[in-house]
Design a protein around this ligand. Sequence first.
Ligand code: ACO
Length: 150
Amino acid sequence: MNIRLLHKDEQPPLDLLLLADPSLKLVNDYVVRGECYVATLQQDIVGVYVLLPTRPETVELVNIAVAEMYHNQGIGKELIKHAIEMAKKQDYKTMEIGTGNSSIGQLALYQKCGFRIAGIDRDFFTRHYEEEIYENGIQCRDMIRLFIDL
Ligand code: ACO
C-alpha cells in the first residue's frame, strides 16, 4: 500500500470522503482548506484522510475513511500513523480528531492510536445535521473530541 498527497489535478475520492461525513458541503470545504492524502493499492484508491489546520500549531484529522471491502485489515491505523508523521514533519504540536458518541469502533481505534478524550461538544450532531443518525443502536448526538500531543 502507498499513501500519498492527492495530486492538484486529481479528483478527491468523494465516495470515500462521504463515508466519513455525509455532508457534501463540509467535505468539499475540508478538501479545499486541508491537505488530502490517499492510500492506494495497485492503482485503486482504498483510503483517504484530510489534515486540516485549525489553530496555531494544531491540526485536525478529518474525513478518515477506508473502502468497505478493506475494513479491519489495518489500513485505518496505517492512515492515522501516516497522518501523525505528516503533522510532525510540518511542526504541528497537537492533532485533534472528533467523532460521534455512537461511533464505538472509531472511538476504540483512535484511542488505540494514542488519542485521549479532551471534551464533549454536546448536541453537535442534533444541531448540525438535519437527519437523525443511529449507529450501534445509539443515537449520535454528541461530538467526542480527542487529541494527541505530537
Ligand atoms: N471495539 C474495540 N475495538 C474496535 C472496535 C470495537 N467495537 N471496532 C473496531 N475496533 C478496532 C479494531 O479491533 C482494530 O484494532 P486492532 O488492530 O488493535 O485490532 C481497529 O479498531 C480497526 O483498525 P483498522 O483495521 O486499521 O481500521 P479500518 O481500516 O477498518 O478503518 C475506519 C477504520 C476508517 C473507521 C473505517 O471503519 C471506515 O472507513 N469507516 C467509515 C468512515 C468513518 O466512520 N470514518 C471516521 C469518521 S470520524 C472522522 O473522520 C474524524
